[in-house]
Design a protein around this ligand. Structure first.
Ligand code: OOG
Ligand code: MG
Length: 291
C-alpha cells in the first residue's frame, strides 16, 4: 500500500560492547564498540584504507548490531552535510550471495555523495578496490511503510524504473566479511550511476528484463531481473519491511537500488565496463586513472 509515511531520524545507537576475548596467547583482543567500529569504518572510507573484518575479533557482531553501526554512520554523514536520498539492497541475487558467502539480503543507506554522473570515470582517488554490478533502480512516487508490504503494493508506489550500476567498495580486505561486518559497512557503498532511460513500471516486465555485463569489450556475465528475488519489486517490498523493523519507511522521491543482478566485476584504472539492458539502455564507464 502506498502511504505518505514519515521516516524518523535514525536513532542514536545504544552502546553495546564486544566482550574482551582472549587470544591463544592469553592477550585480550581489541574491545570494539558500536561507536568505535563506526568511527573506524568512516576513517577507512575517508583514507582509502582496507582492514580485516571486525567479526574476527568480535564474533557477536551480528546483522542487527551492524545496522546500528550503519545508522550511526548515516547520522555522521548527514551531520557533515550529505542528504539522505534512498536505500540500496545488498545480496538480493544468488550470484551475489554465493560469491560473498552471506545468504540473505539486507538494506543500507544512499546519500547524495554516492551519486556519480553518467559519463564520469570511476573515482579511483576515493575508492580502495572498486567493483561494478548491474542493478535495476527505482525512483519512488509514493512512500512505502512496512510491515507486510507485497511485491504488487511495492510496485504501485514506484514512479519510474531505470537500469544502472553500482560501484561497490568494501572497506574489508578482499571483500571478506560476515553479515555484521558488511551491514556495518553500509553494504560496501561507493557510488551509483543511473542509466539513460526511465519507464513507468507498467510498461516493462522486470523479471524478463535482461542485462549483459561487458568488460574491455568482452561479455563476461548476464542475468534477467528475475535474478533479484524473483522480481526486483520483491526486493523493494523486502526493503520496506526490513526498514519497518528498524523504525523507518521508504519516502516519496527516494532512489532504491534493488541489488546486483550478477556477480560484480573489477573496475581497475584503465578498464572499461558497460552494462547493456534489453529495454533500459546501456551505461558505460571508464576505469579512470591510477590515483
Ligand atoms: C556487498 C554489497 C552488496 C549488492 O548489490 O548485492 C550489494 C558486497 O558485495 O560487497 O551492493
Ligand atoms: Mg549493489
Amino acid at each position: 500500500m502506498a502511504t505518505k509515511a514519515t521516516t524518523k531520524a535514525p536513532s542514536k545507537a545504544t552502546a553495546k560492547k564486544a566482550a574482551p576475548r582472549k587470544a591463544a596467547s592469553g592477550k585480550a583482543k581489541a574491545n570494539w564498540t558500536i561507536e568505535s567500529v563506526a568511527a573506524e569504518l568512516l576513517a577507512c572510507e575517508d583514507e582509502r584504507r582496507e582492514r580485516e573484518p571486525f567479526t574476527d575479533e568480535w564474533p557477536e557482531l551480528d546483522l542487527d548490531t551492524g545496522y546500528q553501526i550503519q545508522d550511526l554512520n548515516l547520522t555522521k554523514r548527514l551531520e557533515r552535510g550529505e542528504q539522505l536520498i534512498g536505500v540500496k539492497l545488498g545480496l538480493t541475487s544468488r550470484a551475489k550471495q554465493q560469491r560473498m558467502g552471506v545468504h540473505f539480503p539486507f538494506v543500507a543507506w544512499l546519500t547524495d555523495a554516492m551519486i556519480l554522473p553518467a559519463g564520469d570515470p570511476v573515482p579511483q582517488h576515493k575508492l580502495i578496490h572498486p567493483r561494478i554490478e548491474p542493478e535495476i533502480v527505482f525512483v519512488m512516487g509514493d512512500g512505502l511503510a512496512g510491515p507486510g508490504v507485497s511485491c504488487a503494493q511495492a510496485m504501485s508506489a514506484v514512479e519510474s524504473v531505470y537500469g544502472g550500476f553500482e560501484i561497490i567498495d568494501s572497506r574489508y580486505h578482499n571483500f571478506r566479511f560476515k553479515a555484521g561486518d558488511v551491514s556495518a559497512d553500509n553494504a560496501s557503498s561507493g557510488f551509483y550511476v543511473t542509466g539513460p532511460i526511465g519507464v513507468h513500471p507498467s510498461s516493462i516486465d522486470l523479471a524478463l528484463e535482461g542485462v549483459l555485463v561487458e568488460v574491455d569489450g568482452q561479455i563476461v556475465d548476464s542475468a534477467t531481473g528475475a535474478a533479484v528475488q524473483g522480481h526486483p519489486g520483491e526486493a523493494l517490498a523486502l526493503a520496506a519491511n526490513d526498514l519497518a523493523r528498524r523504525g523507518h519507511s521508504i519516502e516519496p522521491g527516494w532512489v532504491v537500488l534493488t541489488g546486483g543482478m550478477t556477480d560484480a566485476v573489477f573496475a581497475p584504472p584503465g578498464s572499461s565496463v558497460a552494462v547493456h539492458f534489453t529495454n533500459l539502455g546501456s551505461c558505460f564507464i571508464n576505469g579512470g586513472e591510477q590515483p
